[in-house]
Design a protein around this ligand. Sequence first.
Ligand SMILES: O=P(O)(O)OC[C@H]1O[C@H](O)[C@H](O)[C@@H](O)[C@@H]1O
Length: 431
Amino acid sequence: MKGIYKFNFDNVLKDKIGETGISVDEIDELRDFTNLAKANVTKKYEKGDLGFIEVLNEDLEIYEEVKELSKEFDYIIIIGIGGSILGSKAIHQGIYGSSNTYHPKVFYLDNSDPEKIYETLKAVKLEKTLIFVISKSGNTVETLANYFVIKKHMDKNNITPAKPNFVAITGGGLLQKIADKEGYMCYKVPENVGGRFSVLSAVGLAPLACLNVDIHNLVKGAKKMNDICQTDNIFRNPALLNSLIHYKMDNTGKKISLMMPYIGRLHQFGMWYRQLWAESLGKDGNGQTPVIALGATDQHSQLQLYMDGPEDKIMTFLKVNTFKQDYSIETDYDSDLKGHKLSELINSEQLGTEKSITEKGIPNVKITLSELNEYTLGMLTYAYELQTAYSGELFCINAFNQPAVEHAKKLSHAVLKGSIKEKSYNEIKIE
Ligand SMILES: O=P(O)(O)OC[C@H]1O[C@H](O)[C@H](O)[C@@H](O)[C@@H]1O
């Protein structure tokens, strides 16, 4: 499997967007600054802190066992939240789209919304369902709650699949205890792999292997990107260059990082990126708010704001050259569309938007993939992981923790236990 990845940064340059931009010379002058960031990431990796790089060397044969087991099942449920599920969702959608017409069918339980679990239970036959329960900490309440509800439902209704149907992927906590006690097949999340950086570890690879994603090519793409990004030449290192561009733009008030894929299959990738960028860099008053829009759909809903609203955005266009299916537009009516393909239309819309955004002086970069397959998706995913690690260094932020989220989790627990009650003094109530 092959594919080409192109990173284009013309439209952040001063000669394209004016004074808000950056020049090639300025980028070059920041060589020491960017090389230090890169060297710090390497140091952390050598110290054993960056498991998301280490996992590239993992033996993928370990996933054969669960893949074999999955052949007994028609449905897969993945239970997890945040970094424990967004990656597999993004990669699966990146390869298969969101129609869920393939075998096995997949369902994601990533919320404690009772209606969602009800709908899922109605859509699957549990005796034919392989269920992944994924949580690095092993203690995330939404994940445990969904597991407990499904387990009880199976026990109460005497649902006994031909083969054991729970697989735990965890680094410890209550989930590990449950897996040990119940004898579940279990994959480990290494301590040094942060949840949102875990898609290329067991967290993503075990379920994806069962969903017929070619994980070998996925990792191969990531390794290729890792090799490419070993260079200190920033103009040859897309992760480092994009990191610097976002850093410089942040410094000039571009506090929103807007990602706009022009293919539906990358929409979930945007959602994965949203967590990665937000949780890694949103600290101590820093951080760019990631926003995801889908081209061309959101041109007709958001573009007015992007072009004419606050000048606080840097945009990333994601584009693919080849679509898996295509249609030519044929009509007897007099129309500019006549004789064109849908792929030409969507890519023209991308370029048209890019041109008008650039004319407005809004900085934007573009990643073009020759096609969207496991290999190119592996390159894309890993480039963003590395870019986020570099950005942590540039912004002097620990990109690998999430203290504010931990605090909110504690308060939610306190509410559940009854030690915090909802009180409101100022509200409008209408009956
Ligand atoms: O994998 P888990 O331990 O269940 O954590 C799931 C998620 O929980 C928290 O909300 C963290 O902020 C996320 O970074 C994490 O991905």
